[in-house]
Design a protein around this ligand. Structure first.
Ligand SMILES: N[C@@H](CCC(=O)N[C@@H](CS)C(=O)NCC(=O)O)C(=O)O
Length: 254
């Protein structure tokens, strides 16, 4: 019986990175999906801070997507996400760190600036998998949640324009940097590809995403996706998903 539990938001890109690492390594785990906003109390109680993903692995509590990947890599090195060669590993870590610190926040600000006016669809995304009652209450709470999101992520037109530029530069980077085999470092899938593809997945929500987006998709989400659809960087993200996203190792609910 697994005591691994990922405490997460459903559609967040940092959370997707942790889910993908667990799935890639075939590690059975449960997922506890929280609602952005009310999540803070539970996450603080568990980890002493408010951000997800957080992994509970037996007695250990690991906070942060890269820390979770690192923890899994240490305990379950096969299949590896870290290149064996020290130079390749250093290059993979440099890409991971830049995506973690710059690209992840930039993509998110651009996305939410575009999507916040569509509170109904955002509420449906965030509350996927919850009971009908919870979804209805959460939809009613969205007008209160949105300003908190704006403040905490510094969402606004200027920041969003900078975020969109950084997103485009990151898509340019993966399209140009991927070698003939498709990978960013050392001719095989590594933490660099995992991080870049996860953090850019919101530009194309590729097939294979778990869970799938609520249907029908809203026109606003459609126009966000249209903005990036023809970029070769989103083709790279979809290809990484096709090759490596694989089956989920999530355990069914008891
Ligand atoms: N560096 C962290 C970033 C995690 C992060 O930004 N999580 C967001 C969701 S994408 C979050 O929990 N936001 C809620 C909050 O800050 O209260 C990681 O890699 O896990």
């Amino acid at each position: 019986m697994s005591t691994r539990e990922l405490v997460q938001f459903q559609y967040s890109h940092y959370n997707e990175k942790a889910r993908w690492a667990l799935d890639y390594k075939g590690l059975p785990h449960r997922r506890r999906s929280l609602l952005p906003g009310p999540h803070a109390i539970q996450v603080r109680r568990l980890s002493g801070q408010v951000q997800v993903p957080v992994l509970r692995d037996g007695a250990e509590v690991v906070t942060g997507s890269s820390e979770i990947v690192d923890h899994l890599e240490r305990l379950h090195p096969d299949p590896p996400l870290y290149p064996a060669d020290p130079d390749a590993r250093a290059r993979a870590f440099a890409i991971r760190d830049e995506f973690d610190s710059e690209v992840g926040p930039a993509v998110r600000v651009a996305l939410f600036q575009h999507m916040l006016p569509d509170a109904g669809y955002l509420a449906r995304m965030f509350s996927t998998g919850q009971t009908w009652l919870t979804r209805s209450v959460y939809r009613a709470m969205m007008p209160a949640v949105a300003p908190v999101m704006k403040r905490s992520m510094e969402i606004g037109p200027d920041n969003a324009a900078r975020g969109a530029d950084r997103t485009r530069a990151a898509l340019d980077f993966v399209a140009e940097r991927a070698g003939p085999d498709g990978y960013l470092v050392a001719e095989r899938f590594s933490v660099a590809d995992l991080t870049a593809a996860s953090l850019l997945m919101v530009t194309c929500y590729p097939p294979g995403l778990q869970p799938a987006l609520p249907e029908p998709r809203s026109p606003r989400l459609g126009s966000w996706l249209d903005r990036w659809a023809d970029h070769p960087g989103t083709a790279w993200v979809r290809e990484m998903y096709r090759r490596h996203r694989g089956a989920s190792a999530e355990l069914p609910r008891p």
